[in-house]
Structure formats: structure tokens, C-alpha cells
Design a protein around this ligand. Sequence first.
Ligand code: 5GP
Length: 132
Amino acid sequence: MAQSEKEAALAAIPVDGDAPTIFDKIINKEIPSTIVYEDDKVLAFRDISPQGPTHILVIPKVRDGLTGLSKAEERHVEILGRLLYVAKLVAKQEKLDDGYRVVINDGKNGCQSVYHIHVHVIGGRQMNWPPG
Ligand code: 5GP
């Protein structure tokens, strides 16, 4: 049976915050991904397990301690802003003109499964509130 996102998140609580993640391999093009946006600081690619017709992950190319939002420090302000701006660019590129959901999962209770900060951009269907 496929592992649920919640099970993956519970299994992924990091022992070593500096350990590389699957996203390093995506950044280094060691494993394939469908890249939809790239610049010198940010990469955006399609989620392997999409939660909507469009589901894109926006990540910094250099993690710099940002395993998750809860680890943010003053020096991360610029990259955090850039991640959100690229989320907007990608949503426009994907023609999500009727709206979309932007999510950052943090830690165990937030259902984070990959400890390299990432912004989910999900769209192409009506979202619900509250989220699960
Ligand atoms: P989180 O649960 O940490 O907020 O989100 C991690 C996301 O990474 C999940 O939505 C998961 O589907 C996605 N993901 C995990 N491994 C891979 C992979 O190898 N390739 C891609 N494209 N997405 C991945």
C-alpha cells in the first residue's frame, strides 16, 4: 500500500538537520523532475504526487539551514520573499487565474516530509477550508 503523506511526514522527522534530502538530487539533476521555472536562486518543479491538476514545489537552490519555515532567521528574509514571488510567477505561468493555494508545511504537525523548505502551489480545482 502506498505510504500516505501523513505517514511519510511522521517517518521523516529529521535526526540531523544538515542531512541532504531528495531535493538536493533534484537541484543537481541527479534524479529527473519536471522543472517549470529556474533562476540562479530558485527552482520550481512538479510534485511527484499532485494534490490537484496543478501542483508545483518552489524551493531555494541553497538550503542554508532552512530545513523548514520554523528555522527561518533574519538572513533568510530575501529568499523567503523570492520563494513567494516565484510562486506567483509560476501560478501565472500555469494560468491559475481563478486562484490557487500556497502552502508551507512545517514539522511533524504540519505534515512536512522533506526537510528542505518548499512552497506548494496547488491549483486547477476548488479548494476547501479548513484544510485537513
Ligand atoms: P511536504 O510534505 O514536506 O510539505 O512536501 C514534500 C513534497 O515533496 C510532497 O508533496 C511529495 O509528493 C514531494 N516529493 C517527494 N519526493 C519527490 C520527488 O522525488 N520528486 C518530486 N517531484 N516530488 C517529490
